[in-house]
Design a protein around this ligand. Structure first.
Ligand code: NDP
Length: 299
């Protein structure tokens, strides 16, 4: 839709206020404007708002003025502290706050309580996308939401404009928790990929030929997460085991020796292997699979 057509359409669309025009905020603002939503923006550095003023957005001079502009107020700032700072002076009465800034579950719960005490409903969000995926439904990007179910229902169509929506419960900390759990899993995968490339780094192996093998192997292995979830729910760690803990601990010695032969640090490899060894040593669950490692982490 052109910006002119979007403006004509905007009478029918819910107004949005957006605080924060960094890389992500800019992508969000673009998506709502393109879809014809009347938009009020605020950014600490006002120069970042200028392109949106030229496209018909209202630019607020202060965060408080932006919050006053309408019911739905979305925040996409750097971190928890910048959100607290921006909302400090604002009158939140009757507002629906949607915080898309990455933060911790505890801070989200605390912010929800304080927002409620100041007369606002609160939704926290965790964005599972990078800016180029925003406003592109086929990119697969989405946002976890948690907190006020009523606020989510009231705004779900507007919130679905920049990215898909996944509401994960009334607990305002759950969106952040889902977000961080997925990101943490991602870094585990990146860690394994890093170690694998280190193993072949000094050999006559083309990294670009190796990468598809890595991707295919990880893709084949990752569905093990479903089996783990089933075992956590059923408590049955013994049925249908195809790769026992005892076998994996025995086999992992080869992984460590190979790293040493290749002159590669085992720093990224050994933390998980050590947990498997400990589980076998202390628990004697050799014929089971490795899902009980989770219990070693949570105590
Ligand atoms: P940027 O660094 O591009 O932008 C940060 C924004 O926060 C700017 O608008 C900046 O304002 C503002 N800001 C920083 N400090 C303060 C403060 N003390 N008071 C008021 N405003 C402040 O970050 P992104 O836009 O990329 O990220 C925003 C959020 O989105 C983060 O929480 C990030 O984790 C999350 N996110 C980002 C993704 C990405 O790939 N970019 C992916 C998923 C989530 P100013 O212009 O004045 O400096």
């Amino acid at each position: 839709m052109s910006d002119n057509a979007a403006r004509e359409d905007s009478a029918h669309k819910e107004p949005v206020t957006l605080l924060g025009l960094g890389a992500m905020g800019t992508a969000l603002a673009d998506a709502w404007l393109t879809a014809g939503h009347p938009l009020t923006v605020w950014n600490r550095n006002p120069r970042r708002a200028e392109p949106f003023a030229a496209r018909g957005a209202t630019v607020a001079a202060t965060a408080g003025e932006a919050v006053a502009a309408g019911r739905l107020v979305v925040l996409c700032l750097l971190d928890d502290d910048s959100v607290d700072e921006a909302l400090d002076e604002a009158d939140l009465t009757g507002r629906d706050l949607v915080n898309l800034t990455t933060g911790t579950p505890l801070r989200a719960r605390d912010r929800a309580a304080r927002a409620q005490a100041r007369g606002a409903r609160f939704l926290d969000g965790g964005i599972m996308a990078v800016p180029p995926m925003i406003g592109i439904p086929e990119s697969g990007g989405y946002v976890f939401y948690s907190g006020s179910a009523a606020a989510f229902e009231d705004h779900r169509h507007t919130l679905a404009v920049p990215a898909g929506t996944r509401y994960v419960g009334e607990d305002p900390g759950f969106a952040a928790l889902h977000d961080v759990a997925l990101l943490s899993a991602m870094y585990g995968a990146f860690s394994g990929i890093t170690h694998a490339f280190a193993l072949i780094r000094r050999e006559d192996i083309d990294p670009e030929g190796f990468a598809p093998l890595l991707v295919d192997w990880l893709t084949a292995m990752v569905p093990a997460a479903h089996t783990t979830a089933e075992r956590l729910n059923s408590g049955d760690h013994a049925s249908g085991v195809v790769s026992s803990l005892a076998m994996q601990v025995a086999g992992s010695a080869t992984l460590v020796r190979t790293a040493e032969e290749q002159g590669v640090s085992t720093a990224l490899l050994t933390p998980y292997l050590h947990l498997m060894e400990r589980l076998l040593r202390e628990g004697g669950h050799g014929e089971e699979d490795t899902a009980r490692v989770i219990d070693l982490l949570v105590g």
